[in-house]
Every structure is written in structure tokens, then in C-alpha cells.
Design a protein around this ligand. Structure first.
Ligand code: ZN
Length: 198
């Protein structure tokens, strides 16, 4: 027996989410069928809104509802330091620490020869453009301590150093292979404070 088309379609949609196989997708689809209509409507609206109302900050690549994000527009922040992260969620993690007062740049990934991700696939060109502004004195590279994260840090360091700007790397109290996303606030604070020059 085949599922009616609306359920089959919903199962297909759930299966596009990471870590969700056919069995879980089917369970979620039938769960949705039994949800209150207003909850389903809110859910659908939230899905659409996250795509329609959010976009990437034209300066740093963070997510925002405006042209540029709150952090880039905040003139009280230290304009001389840019901290480079892989993903938007890393910005959120570091902001929770409240110690870092500089700016950010979101790469939206890391260089990965295995996955075919090269420099042009990442938000790198706009980073280099930001450095032409003489205010920037230090770039802190906070890619994760994975093989690809380290390779990306080295690539950026080689790219930026000739311009005379100081390039540092987060100290790794963050253990090898660990993600910023999962580090606790004290570990992150120590990692920022103990950064080393590349
Ligand atoms: Zn921004």
C-alpha cells in the first residue's frame, strides 16, 4: 500500500533533514498529521520565515534580517580585530562568552579537497576586502581543530600575512577534532585569551 500523496511528500521533506531516515521521517509525518492545526501553521510559517526573512550580512556573512548584522553595525565594538569562524552558530557560541569585543567573519564552511570545497566556495574574498580598511590590525582564526579546519587556518594565514596584519589562531584548550559549537564558555574564553600567532 502506498501512502496518500500529502503524507508521502511530507515524509520526503523530513528525509531531507540531516540524520533523519525513512523510519523517523514516517513517524514525524504521522505525528504532524495529529498535531493541532495552529501548531502546524506556526511550524510551516517558521520554516518559510527562516528562508525569506533572514539573509547573510553583506559585511561579515553572519545571519541577519537587515543588510548588515547587529555586530557589524555596532560602532562600540573593536573595529581592529576580526575573528574568523566556520559557521554562524560559532558566532553565537563566542558571543555567549561576552569577552570578545571585536568583529567576526563567517566562512560558511572550510576548505575540503575531499568534498571539493575550494577558496571560491567560501566567504573569503569579502574577508580580504575588509582587510584593505586600515583599521584591521589582527585576524583571529577560529576554525575548528579538524584537519580541514587547520588547513583552512594555514591557507588564510598565508593569504593575509603579506599584508602585515597579525594573524592568530585560537589556543586549543579546545581538543583536537572538537567543535567551537560544543565547547563550554570557560574553554572558549581561555582559547581566545591564549591565542597564538601563526
Ligand atoms: Zn555582519
Amino acid at each position: 500500500m502506498q501512502y496518500p500523496a500529502p503524507i508521502a511528500k511530507l515524509i520526503d521533506s523530513y528525509m531531507k533533514l540531516p540524520g533523519i531516515g525513512a523510519k523517523t521521517a514516517t513517524r514525524l509525518a504521522f505525528y504532524t498529521l495529529n498535531m493541532k492545526e495552529e501548531d502546524v501553521t506556526d511550524f510551516a510559517k517558521a520554516l518559510i520565515s527562516v528562508k525569506r526573512d533572514l539573509h547573510f550580512c553583506e559585511i561579515c556573512g553572519n545571519i541577519t534580517e537587515e543588510k548588515s548584522c547587529d555586530i557589524c553595525r555596532n560602532t562600540n565594538r573593536d573595529q581592529s580585530t576580526i575573528l574568523v569562524v566556520e559557521e554562524t552558530k560559532d558566532v553565537m557560541s563566542l558571543e555567549k562568552v561576552r569577552e570578545y569585543k571585536g568583529l567576526y567573519h563567517v566562512l560558511h564552511g572550510v576548505l575540503s579537497p575531499m568534498d571539493g570545497t575550494g577558496p571560491d566556495d567560501l566567504n573569503i574574498a569579502s574577508l580580504i576586502k575588509r582587510l584593505h580598511n586600515n583599521e584591521v590590525k589582527e585576524v583571529i582564526i577560529a576554525t575548528n581543530a579538524t584537519t580541514d579546519g587547520e588547513a583552512t587556518a594555514m591557507y588564510l594565514s598565508r593569504l593575509i600575512k603579506p599584508s602585515g596584519i597579525k594573524v592568530t589562531r585560537l589556543a586549543h584548550g579546545l581538543s583536537v577534532g572538537s567543535d567551537i559549537e560544543y565547547a563550554d564558555e570557560i574553554t572558549l574564553l581561555k582559547a581566545v585569551e591564549g591565542r597564538t600567532e601563526l
